[in-house]
Ligand binder design. Structure first.
Ligand code: GLA
Length: 381
């Protein structure tokens, strides 16, 4: 990818780039829809990323050519306006939010490319936001602060694009460490890098289904969770433990069944994340897999964010002897699932699950093993 970026930059701008930056996509191991409930998440960066090769400009313009889309963006930092072309909005949104946060930005020109599947629940958008921020940091010379940058990316989603996402995707893309999962407390924003167990591989399974209207379904889940939190009289569902939840189950008048189910997912999922961190620390991969399976059932039955394709691929994975556990990952409604697989059988696993999924759905899945990658980085040339 590095060479491809250099060659592309050279051919468009007739000189080598000053910097190449990259920011990875992520797969969430466990802790789904918990981030905007101020809970816990445990994603890892994947070994696929968004890359930008760039050099500073003397004026305050940004010129970017996307190699994947064969489209160009050209805008001034003093006259940012929303447009229709979604990919550009991430870049402009980052510039806008950085400036609102009082960063002094330098203009740049560059080429952009990536290998994170788009719209599949692997955070291609967060990778683009964080790579853009990394590009601005390189040419403008400001310090890389993982959490401040993650907040900027989240604000781009919330304010510029009006999707009420949490902070998980941008935080892991900005701050992950190779070989480790990224354990984040979404209230305090403290994070720890947890080493992945050695003998297991993480398989990403793209169902190749994408659903429209994800944004509105996502925002609706968030409202349901907030309704439940108000009923429990807490700031966020993070504040309700499993014990208290079970206690209140007997007297739950005043809260609709739907919000109750949504709350049950969040409350049990938060506990699963903490148990998953313990399981990783003690190398208990069987327990870790079991927690994956429980998480999927909860997302399917209580949070209702799976579709047939996700359920089928997860069932196909769980049926394999080399699979320790599997679940959908990301926002849901389509996209990807993730499985924990015995490392020495990962190839056979991918083959078998692909065949079973194809027989059942008629669709072709893209299944790949990913190592836990490094967060955003800059390669100074
Ligand atoms: C999307 C959002 C995240 C998170 C997940 C669900 O990826 O961007 O903030 O809420 O969905 O866990």
């Amino acid at each position: 990818m590095l060479t491809r970026m250099q060659i592309a930059f050279q051919s468009i701008f007739r000189s080598p780039p000053d910097f190449i930056v990259r920011a990875p996509g992520r797969v969430n191991l466990i802790g789904e829809h918990t981030d905007y409930n101020e809970g816990f998440v445990l994603p890892m960066a994947i070994d696929r990323a968004v890359w930008i090769a760039l050099r500073p400009r003397a004026d305050r313009r940004v010129l970017v050519h996307s190699l994947d889309l064969n489209l160009s963006a050209d805008f001034g930092l003093d006259s940012l306006a929303r447009g229709e072309d979604r990919w550009q909005e991430y870049i402009k949104g980052v510039a806008h939010e950085l400036q609102l946060a009082h960063y002094h930005l330098t203009g740049w020109e560059g080429v952009l490319a990536g290998d994170v599947p788009r719209g599949g629940g692997l955070s291609s958008s967060a990778a683009l936001e964080v790579a853009t921020a990394r590009a601005f940091a390189s040419v403008s010379g400001f310090e890389w602060d993982v959490l401040r940058i993650a907040r900027i990316g989240q604000r781009v989603e919330n304010n510029w694009l009006e999707v009420q996402t949490g902070i998980m995707d941008q935080a892991v893309s900005a701050g992950a460490k190779a070989g480790h999962a990224f354990f984040l407390d979404c209230r305090s924003l403290e994070y720890q890098h947890i080493p992945l167990p050695k003998d297991v591989a993480v398989a990403v399974m793209d169902t190749s289904t994408r659903r429209g209207l994800v944004d509105s379904a996502y925002n609706a889940r968030r409202e349901q969770c907030e309704r439940a939190a108000r009923w429990f009289r807490v700031k966020a569902l993070r504040d309700v433990g499993v014990g208290e939840f079970e206690e209140r189950e007997k007297k739950k008048e005043g809260l609709d069944e739907l919000a109750w189910k949504r709350a049950r997912h969040i409350i049990t999922e938060n506990e699963r994340v903490l148990r998953a961190v313990d399981a990783m620390r003690t190398d208990d991969v069987v327990m870790l897999g079991k927690l994956f399976n429980e998480s999927h059932a909860s997302l399917r039955d209580d949070f209702e964010v799976t579709n047939d394709a996700l359920n089928w691929i997860v069932e196909a994975a769980q049926a394999r002897p080399e699979c320790l556990g599997a679940r959908m990952t990301g926002a849901g409604f389509g996209g990807c699932a993730v499985a924990l697989v015995r490392r020495d059988s990962a190839e056979a696993f991918a083959q078998a699950v692909g065949a079973e999924y194809r027989a059942r759905s008629g669709k072709v899945a893209a299944i790949f093993v990913s190592e836990a990658g490094e967060g955003a980085s800059v390669i100074k040339l």
